[in-house]
Design a protein around this ligand. Sequence first.
Ligand SMILES: [Zn+2]
Length: 126
Amino acid sequence: MGAALASLEVAFGLDGLYCPRCGRVIFDDEISWDESTCPHVRFVRDWVGELWIAEPASVPAHQHAYQSWLAARLEGGLQELSIGDLAHRLPDSCLLLTVAEPGPRRDRGGATVTVALDLDPTAEAR
Ligand SMILES: [Zn+2]
């Protein structure tokens, strides 16, 4: 098994993305991600390729191992890692969501955001 994969294509941009577990904002027009927004986010690669990774020390103790692996692996570049391989290495409780936006943002060098969430009820980061 591994993480569930989902991909969306949003024709005219995405005003906001909200966690399916807690309903808190992951990002919107004004807020970008950190532990103070949604505690289920494990990493976000944004429209321009910038990567944010949850600190392994800030996730529950039983998730330190995979979050440490994830942080180390992502430092090598997400583009060098297939989403399928990544999903296979993450727990079943994870969701890997890719949102693609055709149109203007693609011209600015990035049109895809990738978000990894751990939706386990005990997955809230501290
Ligand atoms: Zn959440």
